[in-house]
Ligand binder design. Structure first.
Ligand code: ADP
Ligand code: MG
Length: 369
């Protein structure tokens, strides 16, 4: 089914926005710290044409329903359509006069696997609406508009990383993003001889929402006790750990501060062309997420252990935790062995077979035709 089949006329163009993987820096974003995502080759494509009555017509090849939104307001649109309608709402709120459109969505990103299909959808729609109506919005601002759609229209309190990665990443690079200032820099990510394997652990544990909220609250409490605006501002980690009485808050603080340092260390290695050395930082990050931040899950721990045993340079869980994916940095000639080792280890435990995707650092959102 194409645009013509859906809407009985030709589209005016199509736009594509990628999903992302965060190489390192986990649970650092809401602590005003640093993250280092890169865009995937997989993404969401939006084909669209203007409508002169202000109405948004929405179809997705990944969903059976067809929707018409006449007046997008938070709370009035539910389900997947909220991600698209929310972008039109947020653009209008920001003073950009985008009109209606017929929109067809297609995607080769798995949904809810931690690869940020939601931001890819928002960013593809944002780019389409801006282009269709001849509106130029600087990309960092467009990222904030898409984030606002997800925060205030969908009702998901995500940070700025996903939308920034989808809009600002460039091919062959990761994006160093300062989550406090919003400033970003391109960092070369040349994977010659290596591959970054995403392992979907197929697991989703119950703690997801409550666990995330509790971690955020603990970080805010630690920052308050330490008298800093956010854990990013901790300068002397040893002194901070001595100052905190609660062992849980100590562990949370230790993870956030050391993971911020690992982002900086990874950037240094990537700029020096020492990509393989980043592997050790990935594994260190995983151990910190497992033991200090306590957000790992058994399928992730096994994937990391088996990947490293089978020759990966390092591996870690990605995303908020309690389910989702692991990334492993693997010498190209070990990639088959790593896949086999993780698959066998899962089968031995009676777990659902993991799924593998090669993550190739790709271009950010762009017009396709
Ligand atoms: P993630 O961003 O990690 O994939 P989220 O839960 O944040 O997971 O976003 C997934 C949601 O985004 C889906 O439940 C759906 O509402 C919406 N979505 C993503 N891709 C599509 C698509 N191709 N068609 C329709 N809705 C989509
Ligand atoms: Mg998402």
């Amino acid at each position: 089914m194409d645009f013509r089949d859906c809407y009985g006329r030709d589209p005016e163009g199509s736009w594509r926005a990628p999903g992302r993987v965060n190489l390192i820096g986990e649970h650092t974003d809401y602590n005003d710290g640093f993250v280092l995502p890169f865009a995937l080759a997989q993404g969401v494509t939006v084909t669209a044409a203007r409508r002169d009555d202000g109405v948004l017509e929405l179809r997705s090849l990944q969903s059976p329903d067809a929707l018409r939104v006449t007046d997008p307001e938070p709370g009035r649109v539910t389900g997947w359509a909220a991600y698209a309608a929310g972008v039109a709402w947020a653009l209008r709120k920001a003073g950009y006069d985008v009109g209606g459109a017929s929109i067809l969505i297609d995607s080769d990103l798995p949904q809810g696997a931690g690869l940020s299909s939601s931001a890819a959808l928002e960013c593809a729609v944002a780019l389409a609406l801006c282009d269709l109506y001849g509106i130029e919005v600087p990309r960092p601002e467009l990222a904030r508009i898409a984030q606002r759609a997800e925060n205030d229209f969908v009702g998901m309190p995500c940070g700025i990383m996903d939308q920034s990665a989808s809009l600002l990443c460039t091919e062959g690079h990761a994006l160093l993003l300062d989550c406090r200032s919003g400033l970003s820099a391109q960092v070369p990510l040349d994977l010659t001889g290596l591959s970054l394997l995403v392992i979907d652990t197929r697991a989703q544990h119950e703690l997801v929402d409550g666990g995330y909220a509790a971690r955020r609250a603990a970080c805010e409490e630690a920052a308050r006790l330490l008298g800093v605006p956010a854990l990013r501002d901790v300068e002397d980690l040893a002194a901070a750990l001595r100052a905190l009485d609660d062992p849980v808050l100590r562990r949370r603080t230790q993870h956030v501060v050391t993971d911020d340092h690992r982002v900086q260390a990874a950037v240094g290695l990537l700029r020096a062309g020492a990509v393989a050395e980043v592997g050790a930082l990935l594994t260190a990050s995983h151990l910190s997420l497992r033991d200090q931040f306590e957000v790992s899950w058994p399928e992730a721990d096994v994937a990391v252990e088996e990947a490293v045993r089978a020759g990966a340079r390092g591996a870690r869980m990605v995303g908020g935790g309690f389910g989702g994916s692991v990334i492993a940095l693997v010498p190209a000639d070990r990639a088959e062995g790593v896949r086999a080792a993780v698959t066998v280890a899962y089968a031995d435990r009676g777990w659902e077979a993991p799924r593998f995707t090669d993550a190739v650092p790709s271009a950010g959102a762009h017009r396709v035709s």
